[in-house]
Design a protein around this ligand. Structure first.
Ligand code: TRP
Length: 334
């Protein structure tokens, strides 16, 4: 199908390290499917990563490539999806500045995600860049006139902010942008190995997409199970067991049998974990296979990012021209 007829999607991530199974279940898997139906853009939002990691910008060079490799490993196809680097599209920064004139500080201060993140990071005196990152995210979404933005719930206030900006811009200057819509993922969050919170890098409870077979095995062997089970024949309670949660996600065929055996005290946690690490490793194997080529030749990853970014810039240039025309600040090519 001609890509011009497809609706456009933009989504992405802050590059802050390796991606894990929680990312896969919550968003990557969905993106892999969506890329065939939509004209898909994936932003590696390195400038946004600086809002919290401004003290170590030197980490970005590796983290950007890490995220790209994780995308490619899970099956994001660079023929279908334009993967690009935010800071290399200066038009996004330019749009951010224009938008910042039509966003109020109070709107940003009321944003619930900004509020909870700033509490989480302990920012009592937030930087301008952190407070304003939803404005930059609006520029990420609109530079390519995206129609749909697949995101988790926590991102909804940012999409709402983007829609406000678009409405105001279109109404005040000229209709340049479609009003983007969030496509909220309805996949439940994957719990972390500690069984306490969602899987997350900062909580050190994650299985990474590039973990080795051995690492997966070790991590699963330490995962929290039903604390009421001491002996093998004690009846288990799968509903409180982290390992069971993972069986549900990665070992669907055997989940019924495992549940029965656990409740009946017929399978011990060690054997149950062994089945699980086998299932997760089988699940990760195709990603490992796809990754090999990029590890052997890292220039392939760079080439994909360079050409994706070139394409993003071309589109961004056209959009900026329209924006300047709408705002009547295209002084010398009126
Ligand atoms: N804020 C998103 C996150 O933390 C990452 C992101 C940056 C993004 N720009 C975006 C997501 C544009 C969707 C659209 O996960």
């Amino acid at each position: 199908m001609c890509s011009k007829k497809k609706k456009r999607i933009l989504t992405g991530d802050r590059p802050t390290g390796r991606l894990h199974l929680g990312h896969y279940v919550g968003s990557l898997q969905n993106r892999v499917n969506l890329q065939y139906k939509y004209d898909t853009f994936l932003i590696i939002a390195d400038v946004q990563a600086l809002t919290t990691n401004f003290e170590q910008p030197e980490k970005l060079s590796e983290d950007v490539r890490q995220v790209a490799k994780d995308y490619l490993a899970v099956g994001i196809d660079p023929e279908e999806t334009t993967i690009f680097v935010q800071s290399l599209v200066p038009e996004i920064a330019e749009l951010t500045i224009f938008y910042s004139m039509i966003v109020t500080v109070n709107q940003l201060k009321r944003n619930p995600t900004i509020k909870s993140e700033s509490a989480q990071y302990g920012y009592d005196d937030m930087t301008y860049g952190f407070l304003g990152y939803p404005v930059s995210q609006a520029a990420d979404i609109t530079f390519c006139k995206a129609h749909l933005v697949p995101v988790g719930e926590d991102q909804l206030p940012h999409i709402e902010q983007t829609r406000k900006i678009v409405r105001k811009f279109n109404q005040m200057y000229a209709t340049v942008f479609p009003e983007p819509e969030a496509l909220v993922s309805d996949f439940p969050r994957l719990v972390g190995l500690d069984g306490q919170s969602k899987m997350s890098k900062s909580l050190n409870n994650a299985i990474y997409l590039n973990d080795s077979r051995k690492e997966v095995k070790e991590k699963i062997s330490q995962a929290v199970t039903d604390p009421a089970r001491i002996r093998i024949d004690d009846p288990g309670h799968p509903e409180v067991c982290t390992v069971f949660e993972y069986h549900k996600a990665f070992n669907k065929e055997n989940v019924k049998e495992i549940e029965e055996n656990c409740r009946g005290g017929k399978i011990g946690c060690v054997a149950c974990k062994k089945q699980l690490d086998g299932a997760i490793n089988d699940f990760l194997d195709p990603f490992r296979e796809r990754r090999v080529k990029y590890i052997n030749d890292p220039s392939l990853v760079d080439d994909i990012l360079i050409s994706g970014t070139r394409k993003a810039r071309e589109i961004a240039g056209e959009t900026i021209a329209e924006v300047r025309e709408a705002m009547k600040i295209n002084y010398f090519n009126e």
